[in-house]
Ligand binder design. Structure first.
Ligand code: NOJ
Ligand code: CA
Length: 543
């Protein structure tokens, strides 16, 4: 018997957000033909795997997280043949592929939901979703007070064929994303087949969208006075939409399906669960293999919170035999190069709200140092496209170009996530900075993307891109992802130092320069660092 290669434990995984990565046919929306030509750039960067945000058939009301057919490609992105060609190229380059599975809800365009609307209350078709009669004399009030994560009510009332009002259905997200009923056997069996379909096409893993939402508390009780399910309740309790114990049986079932195919296929949970000791339950040996560490992502850029979250993560995941993940950004989060400049608590804010002011230089300096922490920690790291270019959050977007449902559902009170989803700039002097030959792009890229284009950074040792490339190469050489961490004493509270394998990492969070101890500097967050570490600077040294 050969040992299983648990490649995910120390992998660096790069997230491609298909609509914004590279456009091959010039319609302004990224696609597989564009992606294929840009994959060698990811090999050069030095990542091990790619995670694709959804590319399935979808009306795109939530940028593809509203899936109408889980086993086909949306024509916007290409065809299954294009997917296969992309897989072949990824294999040639030695890059593994992870795809996104969205099991909490379908699109309202999915055949199942259409059938459910056409069927009667209590029918098998409606049982696959969460339909309920309304409260009030004529059912005119929603079944409970829950609010959607994107703003507005989490329930929509149906209209019967004769024009009268009917039952309500639950949607934790947009009204076009009805929640599935994970107590229903059709639903369970259907997703087993979705996994099988993509495994046959060669994927090495699945990122599971809102994994902590699949089961809801029995009886769907109200949540507080306002039904804001995203808010934590007294004593740290979470809303009845999340973290139900029955969810774990679903994960165990999925792992059995994956293991029918291969021991080297993995599941990664998108689970907004805090503290890490709770999150670690998602990655027990017979459940998932990874969970995104958002507690780390949102930890304040200050020595004590950083040290605490690192310790808590290593302890919690270690206790169940899993590796931790480390993440600074994704397509839902304010770009790290901007977010890290925010004071707390805004720095931990999920949402981009009007009026936030970023300090570009501060954010970039911290993001370069934060990358040195993230990429030196034992475990797996996720990089979101454009993070390696130091792209900022784009704030100044024409409201007509904004597509995130959050913006419309809150009447602009929350700006939504489009600002971290702007198209990647590849070539400074090309139309749409090389994103699309025709110059079309679904959001107008800001002028600053010119100097941040990949080709403008390539070969410039002081650039973000070369910083990331260098860190990835040193990480690999020194086996940091598979190492173990020991804290070192420093003379000051505002300086952190730890050693992983033979590499010592030092970060100065303070305002006074810090004398770097003896050793060879093998990576630094800024050019010109030799004997002193300035504010928000980091080094990797070997003795
Ligand atoms: C999490 C995804 O990352 C996000 O983009 C999406 O809007 C929600 N889940 C709903 O699917
Ligand atoms: Ca296109």
């Amino acid at each position: 018997m050969t040992a299983v290669h648990e490649w995910w434990r120390d992998a660096v995984i790069y997230q491609i957000y298909p609509r914004s990565f590279a456009d091959g046919n010039g319609d302004g929306i990224g696609d597989f033909s564009g992606i294929i030509h840009r994959l060698p750039a990811l090999r050069e960067l030095g990542v091990d795997a790619i995670w694709f945000s959804p590319f399935y058939v979808s009306p795109q009301n939530d940028a593809g997280y509203d899936v109408a057919d889980y086993c086909d490609i949306d024509p916007l992105f290409g065809t299954l043949d294009d997917f296969d060609a992309m897989m072949a190229e990824a294999n040639r380059l030695g890059l593994r592929v992870i795809v996104d599975v969205v099991p909490n809800h379908t699109s309202s365009e999915h055949v199942w939901f259409r059938a459910a609307l056409a069927a009667a209350p209590g029918s098998a078709e409606r049982e696959r979703y969460i339909f309920r009669n309304g409260k009030g004399e004529n059912g005119e009030l929603p079944p409970n007070n829950w609010k959607s994560m994107f703003g507005g009510p989490a329930w929509t009332r149906t209209i019967n064929d004769d024009g009268t009002s009917g039952q309500w259905y639950l949607h934790l997200f947009d009204t076009s994303q009805p929640d599935l009923n994970w107590e229903n056997n059709d639903v369970l069996e259907y997703f087993d087949d979705v996994f099988r379909f993509w495994m046959k096409r060669g994927v090495s893993g699945f990122r599971i969208d809102v994994a902590h939402a699949l089961r809801k508390q029995a009886g769907l009780p109200d949540w507080g006075d306002d039904g804001e399910i995203k808010n934590i309740g007294p004593g740290g309790t979470v809303a009845p939409a999340w973290e139900q114990p029955e969810t774990h049986d679903i994960f165990r079932r999925w792992l059995r399906v994956l293991r029918e195919h291969s021991d080297e296929t993995m599941l990664c949970a998108e689970a907004w669960v805090n503290p890490p000791s709770e999150l670690a339950k998602w990655v027990r040996p017979d459940e998932m293999q990874q969970a995104f560490n958002f507690v780390y992502c949102y930890a304040e850029w200050a020595p004590a919170p950083q040290r605490t979250v690192i310790d808590q993560s290593l302890d919690a995941f270690g206790a169940v035999g899993a590796a931790s993940t480390w993440v600074l950004s994704n397509h839902d989060i304010i770009r790290a190069a901007s977010r890290l400049s925010l004071p707390y608590p805004e720095g931990g804010a999920y949402d981009l709200i009007p009026g936030l002011v970023f300090d570009e230089a501060l954010g970039r300096r911290r993001a370069r140092a934060a990358a040195m922490v993230m990429l030196s920690l034992p475990g797996a790291a996720y990089i979101y496209q454009g993070e390696e270019l130091g792209l900022p959050e784009v704030i100044d977007i024409n409201p007509l170009e904004r597509q995130d449902p959050t913006f419309a559902r809150t009447n602009g009170e929350r700006l939504g996530r489009d600002g971290c989803r702007v198209q990647i700039p590849w070539e400074q002097d090309k139309p749409a900075y090389g994103f699309s030959e025709t110059g079309k792009s679904w959001i107008t890229q800001p002028a600053i993307f010119g100097k941040l284009a990949r080709d403008a950074q390539q070969g410039d040792a002081t650039s973000f891109l070369e910083h990331y490339r260098h860190l990835l190469s040193v990480r690999r050489q020194h086996g940091l992802g598979a190492g173990s961490l020991t804290w070192n004493a420093t003379a000051r509270d505002d300086v952190l130092s730890y050693t992983v394998n033979d590499v010592t990492v030092i970060v100065n969070f303070g305002t006074e320069p810090y004398a770097i101890p003896a050793g060879e500097i093998i990576a630094a967050s800024a050019s010109g660092i030799s004997s002193q570490l300035g504010t928000d600077q980091a080094v990797w040294i070997v003795a």
